[in-house]
Design a protein around this ligand. Structure first.
Ligand code: HEC
Ligand code: HEC
Length: 291
């Protein structure tokens, strides 16, 4: 009798979690249109190739942009980045559709795109974003359909509790204007622009800690501020470059490329790496995990 009541309560709770999370996932977001022109010249396509790699797009969406299963972490979630070649749903997208998807994690129908680090891409300049799309449009059209990502039962509980940022569009300021990108060069300003791509994992203050939504067996992202006790205080320039190009930590380990896409970062030009280094050195010290 008591067991029956308990079981009944569990079923009701499970249905409640499912209904509430499904309702939240159906939310539609309004994003102002962006006037993004997509270039077609070979120089822009080549630049887009560089950017699509160094910004991690092809790390998740696959080397040819065909999509597939990137992370199997049921019962939390399974992530299936989409086919973003001209053979996928994006085939007839406008520049504005691309800007909405990449900078806001919102699809043309207003629904959110799950778990893509759009916060990192929020202020990507028009030229860079246009070049990435130009490159993606130049890829061989693939008919692959990875299917939608799945939020599992445990993932739904974490999502409702606010512990899993599955619906990225909820945490993005959709109104803020995108300023012009700083001129490329080994400067702190350009480094800040590039290192926006590190914040999804290392935190907006670069102090590292558990990466929200990643499985418990993932290492915390390193504190890359120069905090002497918990950060990369005494790291040399050469050690920093080794982390970006070879995934080597200061204690000589090799970072699992799933945990940090250093194979992609290895494609940063020396000037881009120097810009990131100069910016990282300019950061205020923060204790580890204060994000
Ligand atoms: C951490 C992994 C990750 C990274 C990095 C990433 N994406 Fe995604 N992307 C995803 C996931 C997951 C989805 C959602 C797939 C789904 O469930 O429908 C997605 C969806 C998309 C969509 C929506 C496509 C559609 O069919 O609705 C576009 C467009 C896209 N990504 C482009 C990009 C671009 C361009 C970049 C680089 C600037 C990028 N992504 C970087 C994981 C990633
Ligand atoms: C997808 C998540 C992710 C992204 C994106 C990312 N990192 Fe990391 N990073 C990690 C994790 C996790 C570790 C710790 C790995 C370990 O200890 O095995 C790490 C470690 C490091 C280290 C090594 C510190 C040491 O212990 O010696 C440096 C340096 C670093 N990251 C810099 C960067 C920079 C700069 C960027 C942006 C260009 C970046 N990371 C982007 C996840 C990420």
């Amino acid at each position: 009798m008591l067991l029956g009541v308990l079981l009944g309560m569990l079923v009701v709770a499970a249905i409640g979690v499912f209904v509430l999370s499904s309702q939240r996932l159906q939310r539609r977001f309004e994003v102002p249109d962006a006037a993004l022109t997509i270039p077609t010249d070979p120089a822009s396509i080549a630049r887009g190739d560089h950017l699509a790699h160094t910004r991690g797009c092809l790390d998740c969406h696959g080397e040819q942009g065909r999509g597939g299963t990137f992370l199997r972490a049921m019962p939390v979630m399974e992530l299936r980045p989409s086919n973003i070649t001209p053979g996928g749903r994006t085939a007839r997208w406008s520049g504005s559709d691309w800007a909405r998807a990449v900078r806001h994690c919102v699809r043309p129908d207003g629904l959110g795109i799950p778990f893509m680090p759009c916060g990192d891409f929020r202020f990507m300049g028009d030229d860079d974003l246009g070049a990435i799309v130009a490159y993606l449009r130049s890829l061989p059209a693939s008919p692959n359909d990875p299917g939608p990502s799945v939020l599992g039962p445990v993932g739904r509980v974490l999502f409702l509790k606010g512990d899993l940022p599955y619906l990225v569009a909820e945490s993005i300021d959709h109104r803020a204007p995108v300023p012009a990108a700083p001129p490329a060069g080994p400067t702190v300003a350009y480094g800040r622009y590039l290192a926006a791509g590190c914040t999804g994992c290392h935190g907006p203050g670069y102090s590292g800690g558990h990466i929200p939504g990643t499985p418990p067996d993932w290492p915390p992202a390193a504190n890359i501020t120069s905090d002497p006790a918990t950060g990369i205080g005494a790291i040399t320039e050469a050690q920093f470059m080794a982390a970006l190009t070879e995934g080597r930590t200061r204690d000589g380990r090799t970072i699992n490329p799933m945990h940090m896409p250093w194979r992609q970062f290895a494609r940063f030009t020396p000037d881009e790496r120097m810009a990131i280094w100069n910016f990282i050195r300019s950061l205020p010290r923060r204790p580890a995990g204060s994000r």
